[in-house]
Design a protein around this ligand. Structure first.
Ligand code: PRP
Length: 177
């Protein structure tokens, strides 16, 4: 697997520090709010597990499974395979996402969750890739802003591989082109 990686963009240590910083901020702001953390699977899995342990306050967790019908296709082609199970009406919700890229996934998720009338709804993304944005959406909490490179690891995949790398790395172009 390591042979497919061009370079490490964010090291394990840097990820740990970034997650600790986000967790501390959210713990302070949500200390008395019993928030619901909603993770968008599958890419969020590693970040989610680390984030909730970095946020030592009363909370609930839940997940959504959303997938794109092929990236680069027309807007609106997103399929929700699993909705939230927790009743979020009147609750303070923080969406945890591994990467905010074009913004299509989160814009659908936001519309969907807003209709359930939460008390508040915020986005906490590990990675932000603003140069690729197609939809007017920004995160409230950002771990790392990254350049337009093909990143994998720490939950992020290419063709379902590399999610188990402990760092965020840039994939060699010959692997995906
Ligand atoms: C990835 C990632 C985000 C989304 C971001 O998910 O986990 O959910 O893309 O991209 P966007 O801002 O352009 O919508 P993907 O659909 O690849 O599924 P996965 O989480 O199962 O890997």
């Amino acid at each position: 697997m390591m042979n497919d990686i061009e370079k490490i963009l964010i090291t394990e240590e840097e990820l740990k520090e970034g997650v600790a910083r986000l967790g501390k901020q959210i713990a302070e702001e949500y200390a008395d709010k019993n928030p619901v953390f909603i993770g968008i699977l599958k890419g969020v899995v590693v970040y989610f597990a680390d984030m909730i342990r970095a946020t030592p306050i009363p909370c609930e967790i839940d997940f959504m499974v959303v997938s794109a019908y092929g990236k680069g296709t027309s807007f609106g082609t997103l399929l929700m395979k699993k909705d939230v199970s927790v009743d979020i009406r009147g609750r303070h919700v923080v969406i945890l996402e591994d990467i905010l890229d074009t913004g299509r996934t989160l814009s659908h998720v936001i519309d969907h969750l807003k209709a359930k009338e939460p008390a508040s709804l915020k986005i906490c993304t590990l990675l932000n890739k603003p140069t690729r944005r197609e939809v007017d959406i920004e995160a409230d909490y950002i771990g790392f802003t990254i350049p337009n490179e093909f990143v994998v690891g720490y939950g992020l995949d290419y063709a379902e591989r590399y999610r188990n790398l402990p760092f965020v790395g840039v994939l060699k172009p010959e692997i995906y082109s």
